[in-house]
Ligand binder design. Structure first.
Ligand SMILES: Nc1ncnc2c1ncn2[C@@H]1O[C@H](COP(=O)(O)OP(=O)(O)OP(=O)(O)O)[C@@H](O)[C@H]1O
Length: 483
């Protein structure tokens, strides 16, 4: 059947006007060969790119850094609409593969459309909004990663605290690994922030990882990142680990004593060589950062028990700083308590409270197994209990934990109310179990003044699984059993 001559005419007009439209709407046209080298490029495009040299024969990325033309010649697939940044402008681009008569791929053609194209305005403004949001979020994240506290926020004028601050200031000026030792709640994390803030790396990120809070099987990925497609379900893009995120700054490894043995070898290598591989990758990543590690555990004993590698211990123990427990520096209690009461007044927009001399004496008489964190919790509890502006010894006594009662039978610990719903009908076993678990954890936290290491011990579970269970049951991290 012969074709209607009108059709042929129509087709010819379509091709012609298509080219005309493109020529009018295009910022530029580019043609590359099958190796993505520039075979032709329009003058307007070159002008926009501001490329000063002869472009022909150059790899396309040399002239257009964000170009995806290579992807088109390699995949043979068109990219009908894409957005590409050139300097501060975002332009719309279309990329099409070019084929010979026999179908062989010989190159690609790229069309860069005006960013003013009216019909693309909604798309462009949405893109720009997303870009702005992304920039803002990145900024917030960067601020978040900066150290929140400075050494001046470390309250305490006792001899031992003055020595701690002196060592910290010296450590800040060196780039060595710092090991912070001391009971839970003595201020190790606060000090790590302070050292970073006083160091030449202060404007770079401060990234913290609580080793005990991350399940063992996820820790390596969390620390070192995951290569694209390392395992089924892994991201197609590289997921950066904390080491990469802290690059240039400080990585704070909290609860280092809980680091699983197999990972200790990998950490040792990073400390020695400043390099590692992401999970599922054999590409070596180099980092430049300072490590501050902390633990409330007895590392010497862990080394003796072969739970912690001796060589890693020596590598970490370059500048050790031991934070004294609160009970050994009772002269600091009044000033720390004042600071905490000021903080609480600020956050709750209520008047600042004072402590009578007897109240201070009551605070000094207590043993503080949870140290400054526990002191804060007790003062928070007092503030919740009374509106009185002057806090007396009686207020303090009422808020201090009673002596931990001996552990009772589990059966006794499940109140009958747990077994019935509000309507009185029996409840599903899983709900009962959840409530029981929640009650047991909150009870243990109450008994230990919020000290998780001790609460985990009471419950007979590891600290990691306590954190895990708390998260699953929606128990707040700062919970110490009063709610
Ligand atoms: N000297 C101090 N002055 C003021 N606040 C302090 C001081 N020491 C600790 N704090 C506060 O006490 C709380 C616990 O401190 P931090 O988290 O630094 O302790 P930690 O030793 O890292 O505890 P853990 O070993 O349990 O992680 C924080 O709210 C911190 O700001």
């Amino acid at each position: 059947m012969s074709l209607d001559p009108n059709f042929e005419h129509l087709r010819a007009r379509a091709v012609e006007s298509l080219f005309q439209h493109f020529a009018d709407a295009c910022v530029g046209l580019i043609v590359v060969d099958k190796d993505a080298r520039i075979a032709w490029i329009g003058d307007r495009y070159l002008e926009l790119l501001g490329y000063p040299k002869e472009p022909l024969g150059k790899p396309v990325e040399e002239v257009i850094p964000n170009s995806q033309m290579r992807h088109v010649v390699e995949s043979g697939q068109p990219m009908l609409i894409d957005l590409m940044d050139i300097g501060k402008r975002t332009i719309v681009v279309t990329r099409l593969p070019l084929r010979d008569d026999d179908g062989t791929l010989i190159g690609a053609i790229g069309l860069a459309l005006f960013d003013r194209a009216e019909h693309l305005r909604p798309l462009m403004s949405k893109y720009q909004r997303l870009q702005e949001e992304l920039t803002r979020t990145r900024q917030e994240l960067a601020n978040e990663r900066r150290a929140k506290y400075s050494l001046s926020q470390m309250i305490g004028n006792s001899e031992s605290m003055r020595e701690v601050k002196r060592l910290a200031r010296r450590a800040a000026q060196m780039d060595s690994t710092v090991l912070l030792l001391g009971e839970t709640g003595t201020g190790k994390e606060l000090l790590a922030h302070g050292i970073h803030a006083a160091s030449p790396r202060a404007n770079a990120p401060f990234v913290g990882v609580n080793v005990a809070a991350i399940p063992e099987n996820l820790l390596e990925a969390e620390l070192f990142g995951v290569a694209p497609g390392a395992y089924t379900g892994a991201d197609r893009r590289l997921r950066e680990g904390k080491f990469q995120l802290a690059n240039g700054g400080t990585l704070f490894l909290d609860e280092i004593g809980d680091m699983p043995l197999p990972l200790q070898a990998k950490l040792l290598r990073v400390l020695q060589e400043r390099e590692f591989e992401a999970v599922g990758s054999n590409k070596v990543v180099r980092v430049d950062l300072r490590i501050i590690a902390a633990t409330s555990r007895d590392l010497d004993a862990l080394v003796r028990d072969k739970q912690f590698r001796a060589d890693l211990y020596y590598r970490l123990n370059v500048v050790p700083i031991t934070l004294p427990p609160l009970r050994d520096r009772t002269e600091d209690i009044a000033s720390i308590a004042d600071r905490i009461l000021d903080d609480l007044a600020l956050t709750s927009a209520s008047p600042a409270r004072d402590l009578t001399a007897e109240a201070v004496a009551a605070l000094k008489a207590y043993d503080w197994p949870g140290n400054v964190r526990e002191l804060r919790n007790v003062l928070e509890r007092v503030s919740a209990m009374t509106d009185d502006v002057t806090l007396t010894a009686a207020h303090i006594a009422a808020a201090l934990p009673r002596n931990a009662p001996a552990q009772r039978d589990t059966a006794e610990e499940v109140p009958a109310s747990l077994l019935r719903s509000v309507g009185g009908s029996p409840r599903a076993l899983t709900d009962v179990l959840k409530d029981t678990e929640r009650a047991a954890i909150i009870g243990a936290l109450a008994r230990t003044g919020g000290v998780k290491a001790q609460a985990a011990k009471l419950l007979g579970i590891s600290r990691a699984s306590l954190y895990e269970r708390m998260q699953a049951l929606g128990i707040r991290e700062d919970m110490q059993g009063s709610a």
